[in-house]
Design a protein around this ligand. Structure first.
Ligand SMILES: [Zn+2]
Length: 247
């Protein structure tokens, strides 16, 4: 008798669906906050803010171009490519291999997309990090693109908007990565001398050397609602971190 009430998968089979009834999987996204299904187009039209609960989902650097006037963006410094100055090899793979995988996955040469665009017709320099590229860690290319964006804004007499998400300095570039903190901050000094503002938008997650340097050196700092922002996250496991580095 118990078997009679047991719910079986086959009980729910409705036979073959016609093609017109099938909903493609990628049309809907589950909100990571309210767990509601959201129509993907509606989500993207609203720059990935959940229409049900207002949760701000993570965006790629290219998706952040949605802040700019349509068609106004022209990319700069697209030809800057990362190198492996230390010949860094961790236990599982080399930095060169890691970079190649990240480049293939994201279609970006490194973690920053920079250029010039307009918002409501106002011209500005734009530079955005992409967390999908090695946690948007700040290496030499990241720092150089941010610095050049600031210098270009100073030269052109326009504001700078940076969109900042990062796990911190890129450990595979060692001290060269740490130097970027000072380099970008110096470039921002030139922007300040030119009388132009730096607007820093800090989005989820924003940690380490990025928070500790240029992202906090701004005339206007905007934090995305609910974003994790800090220096070291509570999930950082130093013992594990040390083990993954082979000297
Ligand atoms: Zn939601």
């Amino acid at each position: 008798m118990k078997e009679f009430f047991r719910r079986r998968k086959t009980s729910f089979t409705t036979g073959e669906q016609s093609e017109s009834n099938q909903v493609p999987d990628d049309m809907w996204v589950k909100c990571s906050s309210c767990r509601e299904l959201v129509y993907k187009k509606e989500l993207n039209d609203g720059l990935k803010v959940c229409p049900k609960c207002g949760h701000h989902m993570r965006m790629s650097a290219h998706e952040w171009l949605g802040l700019l006037d349509a068609g106004s963006f022209s990319e700069t410094d697209a030809n800057l490519l990362p190198t492996d100055p230390l010949g860094f090899v961790s236990l599982d793979e080399s930095y060169t291999e890691k970079l190649a995988k990240a480049q293939q996955r994201t279609g970006m040469p490194d973690a920053v997309l920079a250029g010039i665009g307009t918002i409501h017709g106002g011209r500005l320099a734009f530079a955005a990090g992409d967390f999908a590229f090695m946690g948007s860690s700040m290496g030499s290319v990241y720092g150089e693109k941010m610095s050049r964006a600031a210098e270009r804004a100073a030269d052109l007499g326009i504001p700078l908007l940076t969109i900042n998400t990062s796990g911190g300095a890129r450990q595979q570039e060692g001290v060269i990565a740490l130097m970027q903190m000072a380099k970008v901050t110096m470039a921002l000094t030139r922007l300040a001398e030119a009388g132009q503002p730096h607007i820093s938008l800090m989005v989820d997650p924003c940690y380490g050397g990025v928070t500790a340097s240029y992202a906090s050196v701004a005339d206007v700092i905007i934090a995305e609602p609910g974003a994790n922002i800090g220096f070291a996250g509570k999930r950082l496991k130093l013992a594990h971190f040390a083990k993954t580095i082979q000297y």
